[in-house]
Ligand binder design. Structure first.
Ligand SMILES: [Mn+2]
Length: 227
């Protein structure tokens, strides 16, 4: 029987309908990399969160609302992230997921790039979202994983890291200085990217490599404590 790690995915929140939702691309990326996905709840007690942390081998923190603007997401994600970090589970953040990790650890954000950090680089591209539109310069483990210095990425954000939190190391920087990927020191796998590999993995092998690397770390956790 094939056994795959379980990746808990933070749901998106529709504030008009008061409803959870999900973009299937996130789930598809994890699935293609060999993980089983579970969409997490919005409301949970501390005990619920402990049980969820036990049950999942890794966590994907998805994109969406500005950090600190959506308590429906900020509250459960704060609880989950603190417990997932404590348990040293595999964590991948995408877009808001990167910004959330930075703020959680004490960093700050540019609230609106066109207003607060204007540059030549357009960080909020038009469709199709699978097309890369700006470059990032890679460093550290991400550079090693992808075996290249420059990566072309898509970009769908208007906020970005301003002051990097202590404990985070940059792994990709845009030409205007915006940090677009980080990893957390002293953890087995806590990575986050500002771009959207879930829109690119079907055509871009670099995006697939990031999902696979994440899922492979989750496999290691699952093997340590099989259910
Ligand atoms: Mn960007």
């Amino acid at each position: 029987m094939k056994q795959s790690p379980i990746i808990g995915v933070t749901p998106l929140w529709d504030s008009e309908r008061k409803s959870l939702w999900m973009l299937p691309d996130y789930l598809d990326g994890i699935k293609a990399a060999g993980g089983v996905t579970v969409i997490l709840p919005i409301e949970m007690s501390e005990e619920d969160a402990d049980r969820i942390i036990e049950a999942c081998d890794g966590f994907l923190f998805t994109g969406g609302q500005d950090v600190a603007s959506c308590p429906e997401r900020d509250n459960p994600e704060t609880l989950l992230l603190s417990k997932a970090l404590q348990a040293d589970k595999a964590i991948l953040g995408i877009c808001r997921g990167l910004q959330f990790l930075n703020v959680f650890l004490g960093g700050t954000l540019w609230q609106d790039l066109p207003t607060d950090h204007p540059s030549e680089i357009v960080h909020r591209q038009a469709k199709p979202y699978g097309n890369p539109t700006h470059k990032v310069t890679l460093s550290g483990e991400l550079r090693v994983l992808l075996d290249k210095d420059i990566l072309e990425v898509n970009t769908l954000h208007h906020q970005a890291i301003k002051d990097l939190a202590n404990g985070l190391t940059p792994m990709a920087v845009a030409p205007d200085g915006i940090i677009e990927a980080v990893r957390m020191e002293n953890k087995r796998f806590v990575w986050a990217v500002q771009w959207h590999p879930e829109y690119m993995f079907t055509t871009d092998k670099n995006s697939m490599k990031i999902f696979k690397y994440f899922v492979n770390f989750a496999v290691a956790y699952w093997k340590e404590s099989p259910r």
